[in-house]
Design a protein around this ligand. Structure first.
Ligand SMILES: C[S@@+](CC[C@H](N)C(=O)[O-])C[C@H]1O[C@@H](n2cnc3c(N)ncnc32)[C@H](O)[C@@H]1O
Length: 256
């Protein structure tokens, strides 16, 4: 399946999207001389910030999108490298001192299995730090799924409707405990976004959640999907300027 991640579209809300990254990073304790990995690192710009802040000797940024990784060369060096690969096959031979992932694990199914593999990939005393959106019950996401169920999109998508694999905060707390994490900090946080108007919600979602539907339908059909999505979404969002878009996220940190 072609990658539909577009760094320019994704970075249109770069400032708003980097705030949760910094909140996540603030939970991490430095690992001087240690090894870190950033799963779903995107363009690598934030991976570099993480690598320097935690004082790692070596950090790998891993992503399965060539278009996102194309930008990463500018940030490599001083122990930071980037690799094309999928989180689905993450099973390191040498465990990491820090496994970090900002806004990426919501794209990986089966969190029961995923978190077992993440825990197994950590050295003793290693840290896991994960941030994921929890906004799939907002109209911006519910309408995207509803339009996927309409024709002609349903046929083009072969009946596929995205099922977000992200569980509740307490589910992750229980999971970390069961996996033997000695310390944890798990919380849900609402990030207040003041956008120009409700139409900006379309631009926001287009750069992230909608990339999944885009990648699964013929390129020539996506503009029609987007037009129908905008029509249905703008019919239910209040016409306020600026538009207040509350964005819920899960921040999770644990030490083994
Ligand atoms: C929303 S972006 C976040 C990028 C970066 N972590 C940041 O905070 O700016 C999600 C990233 O996850 C990557 N991704 C999604 N599924 C993946 C998988 N199975 N394996 C590796 N990367 C994946 C996408 O290519 C994309 O670059």
């Amino acid at each position: 399946m072609a990658s539909t991640w577009n760094p320019n579209q994704y970075n249109r809300f770069q400032d708003e999207r980097s705030k949760p990254f910094h909140d996540l990073l603030a939970l991490v304790q430095p690992i001087p001389g240690g090894r870190a990995i950033d799963l779903g690192c995107g363009t690598g710009e934030l991976t570099k910030v993480m690598h320097e802040r935690v004082q790692a000797r070596a950090t790998i940024g891993l992503d399965n999108s060539e278009t996102m990784l194309d930008k990463s060369a500018a940030f490599a060096g001083r122990g930071l490298t980037f690799k094309l690969g999928t989180i689905l096959r993450f099973a390191p031979r040498t465990p990491f001192d820090l496994i970090f992932s900002n806004a990426a694990l919501q794209w990986v199914d089966d969190h029961e299995l995923l978190f077992e593999r993440l825990a197994a990939g950590l050295a003793a005393g290693g840290q896991l730090a994960v941030q994921m959106p929890l906004n799939h019950d907002h109209a911006s996401h519910v309408v995207a799924d509803a339009v996927a169920g309409e024709e002609p999109f349903a046929t083009a998508l072969k009946g596929y409707v995205r099922r977000v694999p992200v569980e509740t905060p307490e589910w992750y707390a229980e999971k970390l405990d069961a996996l033997g994490f000695a310390e944890m900090n798990v919380r849900m946080q609402v990030y207040p976004q003041h956008l120009g108007g409700p139409e900006d919600v379309v631009e926001w979602v287009k750069g992230a959640y909608l990339t999944d539907y885009q990648s699964r339908m013929p390129a020539e059909l996506f503009p029609a999907y987007l037009a129908r999505y905008s029509e249905r979404l703008l019919a239910v969002l209040a016409d306020r300027r600026p538009y207040f878009y509350p964005y819920k996220r899960l921040l999770l940190w644990g030490r083994k």
